[in-house]
Design a protein around this ligand. Structure first.
Ligand SMILES: C[S@@+](CC[C@H](N)C(=O)[O-])C[C@H]1O[C@@H](n2cnc3c(N)ncnc32)[C@H](O)[C@@H]1O
Length: 306
């Protein structure tokens, strides 16, 4: 299986702070865990973690380059965990309800076009995720240089059944600042900080499940797996497409791309003999979260091979 392993093992950087939580969710927290979403170069979270060694910090950032930069900065810290993923989709999947006493988001893109409304902090899905993973009594802070956006966030999140809008501050004095904050202040722009407190219990439905394998009656041939190449399918908010096949004897790996509401993953479906038939499951080396699109891709491959 060495060739197959080589084909599927993704090059993953070895920095202590970066974690790959695909098989171990929800992630562990303690009484004083905090989270930064979209940490950029990571100065803020790294400095917080250095100043408060008894607090456990998580950072979720969609840009891999930013995660690497922050991980270099975080060398030697053991109270900071960085995750390279899309918080918009994954926040509620990675963490259980009542995980954080504080969540901070600093200078997110306001996504001002209507077509991008689903990406905003104010989108219902994201707001529900935030409200679920905050502890009752915990706070969410959002900083922006965009005044209308600050008001919109205050009004929409403040109307959430589990969140109460608290402070609305202009140019708050902060002990630790971020790159974007310094940039906007140097340009003479105002900075707005909007704070919310979770005031009631709240939960949000999780979409990622832990395990799935499908047995089919048919024995698999190379031609059958190859015939899946470039076939695709879609659901209401999901899309999947099959690509190349890797083989070693009677075991196959089928390259698969999926998208759930623009949350994209690339992984391999592992197909092996099982009794008289075959068994399909996610290959364990190419890690993926079992989202609705991934489950649909597995079912679709099984159906086409049956
Ligand atoms: C304008 S930068 C601000 C960076 C940093 N907070 C600062 O103040 O310097 C916004 C950051 O959010 C990240 N980001 C955007 N959408 C995200 C998402 N859905 N999940 C996680 N991070 C995201 C971007 O990659 C970028 O690093």
């Amino acid at each position: 299986m060495d060739l197959l392993r080589a084909a599927t093992t993704q090059a993953r950087p070895r920095y202590g702070a970066i974690i790959y939580p695909e098989s171990g969710i929800p992630l562990p927290v303690n009484d004083s865990t905090e989270l930064e979403i979209g940490f950029g170069n990571g100065e803020y979270t790294v400095q917080c973690a250095r100043m408060n060694p008894d607090t456990l910090y998580y950072g979720v950032e969609v840009s891999q380059a930013c995660v690497l930069r922050c991980a270099r900065r975080a060398e030697g810290l053991d109270n900071l965990r960085l995750i390279n993923t899309d918080a918009r989709y994954m926040l509620r999947e990675l963490f259980a309800d009542e995980s954080f006493r504080r969540i901070i988001m600093q200078f997110p893109c306001p996504w001002s076009k209507n077509a991008d409304a689903h990406r905003r902090v104010t989108a219902k899905d994201f707001a529900d995720g935030l409200a679920a993973v905050l502890k009752v009594g915990g706070v969410f802070e959002m900083l922006t240089d965009d005044e209308p956006y600050a008001h919109e966030v205050r009004s929409v999140l403040g109307g959430h059944e589990a969140l109460r809008a608290e402070d609305f501050e202009v140019n708050p004095i902060r002990e630790i600042t971020t790159k974007y904050e310094r940039k906007w202040l140097a340009e003479g722009r105002n900075i707005y900080r909007v704070t919310f407190r979770k005031c009631a219990k709240f939960t949000a439905q999780r979409r990622v499940s832990q395990e799935m394998h499908i047995k089919i009656q048919s024995a698999i041939t190379h031609e059958a797996v190859e015939s899946l190449r470039n076939t695709e399918g879609h659901g209401e908010k999901s899309f999947w497409k099959f690509g190349r096949t890797f083989t070693d004897g009677d075991i196959y790996l089928l390259e698969t791309l999926t998208s759930d509401d623009e949350f994209e993953q690339k992984f391999y479906i592992h197909i092996a003999p099982h009794g008289e038939g075959s068994l399909l499951r996610l290959d364990k080396t190419a890690k993926a979260f079992l989202t609705p699109a991934v489950r649909s891709a597995l079912s679709d491959a099984a159906q086409r091979l049956s």
